[in-house]
Structure formats: C-alpha cells, structure tokens
Design a protein around this ligand. Structure first.
Ligand code: DGL
Length: 267
C-alpha cells in the first residue's frame, strides 16, 4: 500500500520522555509529520504493575492509530516497550518500533566491565533486561536501579522549573553505592526521560561516567522501515496529544515547540 507523504510518525510515551527519541528521528527526517502522544492521565508508568501497563498501552495505541493513521508507531518508552511491545504489535497493523535498554552498546563500551542500568522500577525488574544482560554483558557486573524521582525531574525541567541537584545525585548513588559501583564507567539511560537530564546526571557523577541510550538506533530503524516512502516537501507542523490536559501540560508548551510540536490536543 502506498503511504501518503503527510502520513505521520506516531511517538508514544507516558510523558515528555519520548522527546529524547523524537529528537534524533526528526534530525534524520526533518519534514516528517509528527504526532507525539503522552499518556498524561496514566503518568507515571514506572510505578505501575505489569498488568496495568499491558492493559493500558495497547488500548491507547489502538485509539491513536485510528485517529491519526500513522505510517509507523514508536513506543518511545522503555517501561511500555519491555512490558507491552508484543501486545501492541499484535493489536496494530502498522510497524511498531520499541525502545529497549541500550545494554549492548554499554557492554561494548565499558572498559571496567561494570555498568549500570538506570530506568524505572518497572523496567529494571523485567526479564527482558535479564535477557539483554545475559546476552551482551555476560562478563560484566550489571548494576540496576529504578528512579521515579528522576522521571519527575525531567518533566520539571521541560516545564522550566528550578531543579534540585540532589535528585540526580541520589539516582546515581543508587548504582554507585552497590558492590562494584565505584568501578562503574557506563550507565544505560533505560528510561526515555533520562537523556533529557543527562547534563544533570553528568554534573552529579563523582567520577567520569559515559551515558548511552537508544535514540540514534531508533532513528536508524525508522529510516530503514520507511525506506522508499514519500515525505512532505517542507517541515510539517507537529501535534502533541495528551490523554489529559492540565496546567502541567500547558506549562510544557514552550519546550514542545522547540521539538516542532506547535499544537496541543486531547485524546
Ligand atoms: N519514559 C518512560 C520510560 O522510558 C516512563 C516514565 C514513567 O512514566 O515512569 O520508561
């Protein structure tokens, strides 16, 4: 089937985290029409149960696809991807790209053979993470820590609020204070919110630590899956759609505009 040039790419997250995935994709496909969806009514995902996420995410994606008819959907959320990717794929008839922790590059880059996985509580306990660690980091010590406060920090940063440096410090300490943590030289940002506060994390690190995440890899995957498709001639205005619009969402407006998302809609 031919894909219309203005058919959008849909990005989905619980909040603003997916913008860290959207940014490299937009750089690769600057005229693509973007619909960025955030489940503000269900935010945060990281403290929810597997059952809640597995029930909520495919249903929402179904409604979004019906409304916006995207050419491709990106689950720009590690929590939703590690729990619900298969359910979403089964429910949709378009390609679905997931975001999973960038454990492979961290294992390749770590010289000390100790690296951390910093995600949400829900992500770091997933068997999916066990499998990635066993497959790519079998000779490494893989430390894990879940931080809900860091997710809130990223949201606050995009609302333009003053940030408490203790939050990034505490999140890193959750890894460093574990046995072997003093030798940790890489951290996987296994929640899409966390690249948005990478600067704060780097500033809080007591020694040199490299950070990796999946944004660039996902942009390459999108390019591959859309090869040969047509795109608008000029950059198309993007929309941010929220499951609930309140004053916190309104405060995101200036930040969203810097990602080309000029319109706010409610699902
Ligand atoms: N951005 C999400 C992730 O990648 C989830 C954050 C949350 O809602 O807890 O895991």
């Amino acid at each position: 089937m031919t894909v219309a040039p203005d058919a959008p790419i849909l990005f989905f997250d619980s909040g603003v985290g997916g913008l860290s995935i959207l940014a490299p994709a937009r750089a690769a496909l600057p005229t693509a029409r973007i619909v960025y969806a955030a489940d503000s009514a269900g935010f945060p995902y990281g403290t929810k149960s597997e059952g809640e996420i597995a029930a909520r995410v495919p249903a929402l994606l179904g409604r979004l696809v019906e409304r916006y008819r995207p050419r491709l959907a990106v689950i720009a959320c590690n929590t939703a991807s590690t729990i619900a990717l298969q359910h979403v794929r089964a429910a949709l008839d378009i390609p679905v790209v997931g975001t999973v922790p960038a454990i492979k590059p961290a294992a390749l880059l770590s010289k000390s053979r100790v690296f951390g996985v910093l995600g949400t509580d829900a992500t770091v306990r997933q068997p999916y993470v066990d499998r990635l660690a066993a497959e790519h980091g079998a000779d490494c010590t893989v430390l894990r820590h879940g931080s809900a406060a860091l997710v809130q920090l990223a949201e606050a940063k995009l609302r333009g609020e003053t940030l408490d440096p203790a939050i990034a410090r505490d999140a890193l300490a959750g890894l460093i204070d574990q046995p072997g943590g003093d030798r940790m030289d890489m951290v996987v940002l296994a929640c899409t919110h966390f690249p948005l506060v990478e600067q704060e994390l780097a500033a809080a690190a007591p020694h040199a630590i490299g950070f990796v995440h999946g944004g660039e890899g996902i942009a390459r995957r999108i390019l591959h899956l859309t090869q040969g498709q047509l795109w608008p001639d000029a950059p198309a205005p993007g929309a941010a759609v929220f499951t609930r619009v309140d004053e916190k969402v309104e405060a995101l407006h200036p930040a969203l505009a810097t990602y080309g998302l000029d319109r706010i809609e409610t699902l």
